[in-house]
Write a protein that binds this ligand. Structure first.
Ligand SMILES: C[S@@+](CC[C@H](N)C(=O)[O-])C[C@H]1O[C@@H](n2cnc3c(N)ncnc32)[C@H](O)[C@@H]1O
Length: 241
């Protein structure tokens, strides 16, 4: 399967609408809980200050949105996603955390963010850049809506660089993971999409180059995580463009 453009948007939307209720526990199962460590690392590196504002693009079930709200304490935090079912799960978690006064959830498209220029201190995208039809457009949108000096941050699955580890990882990812999706969540096709989306996605060095050269972010830092299974990228919008 090689889906692109509008076809990709429609396909990805259907995937997340259908797996929403199982998304959180499947994430924990399939990543052996590692996504929680990666999320904590991302928050540490971002160093969100009290009162900061943030947009969590493709917020899904709101794990990162909630962490941003807790770190900021008082600042406006917005989660945006196009899947009503993912947002529904996220809304329940936001309410349970007592953060519904601070967090706003919006159904919308990452390709056209419905916010004016220079609105937020931070814009994040977690495990979703792989899913959008145009990486550069989404990163450009994130850059547009952050304030000068603000951070654009991606936490995403990536490709391990050490060949033996990469071989074992790809075996797990391509062969075993879709079967786990089928057995535990009854969704084979949806979990087969995961490895396919990664194969089409740039490696972490290339993504850092895209952020710096194609999007024009400054001081791009890249942190490969767990041998390159995931990677954190942080770039800054220039003070003057
Ligand atoms: C793998 S989930 C990640 C959710 C969340 N960020 C996390 O860290 O767990 C990918 C999310 O991206 C959303 N998504 C994909 N393409 C999108 C688009 N073009 N606009 C808005 N949301 C999108 C999906 O609905 C899904 O909730």
């Amino acid at each position: 399967m090689n889906v692109r453009g509008e076809e990709k948007t429609k396909f990805v939307h259907e995937v997340f609408e259908s797996i929403a209720k199982n998304y959180d526990w499947m994430n924990t199962l399939l990543s052996f809980r590692m996504h929680k460590l990666w999320r904590r690392f991302a928050m540490k590196k971002m160093a969100v200050k009290p009162g900061d504002t943030a947009l969590d693009v493709c917020c899904g079930t709101c794990d990162w949105t909630i962490s941003l709200a807790k770190s900021s304490g008082t600042g406006r935090i917005v989660g945006l996603d196009f899947s009503a079912n993912m947002l529904k799960v996220g809304k329940g978690k936001v309410e349970k955390a007592g953060l519904d006064g601070q967090v706003e959830l919006i159904q919308g498209d990452a390709m056209q963010l419905p916010f004016p220029d220079h609105t937020f201190d931070h814009a994040t995208i977690g495990f979703a850049l792989r899913n959008v039809p145009d990486i550069v457009q989404v990163l450009n949108e994130m850059k547009r809506v952050v304030k000068p000096g603000g951070q654009v941050v991606s936490l995403e699955l990536s490709k391990p660089s050490w060949p033996p580890f990469r071989a074992v990882y790809y075996l797990y990812f391509e062969r075993i993971l879709p079967l786990l999706g089928k057995w535990f969540a009854g969704s084979y096709e949806q979990y087969r999409w995961l490895p396919e989306s990664l194969m089409q996605f740039p490696g972490y060095h290339e993504l850092a180059r895209i952020m710096a050269e194609d999007v024009g972010l400054q001081d791009v830092q890249v942190y490969p995580l767990s041998g390159g299974i995931a990677a954190l990228h942080i770039g800054r919008k220039p003070e003057v463009e």
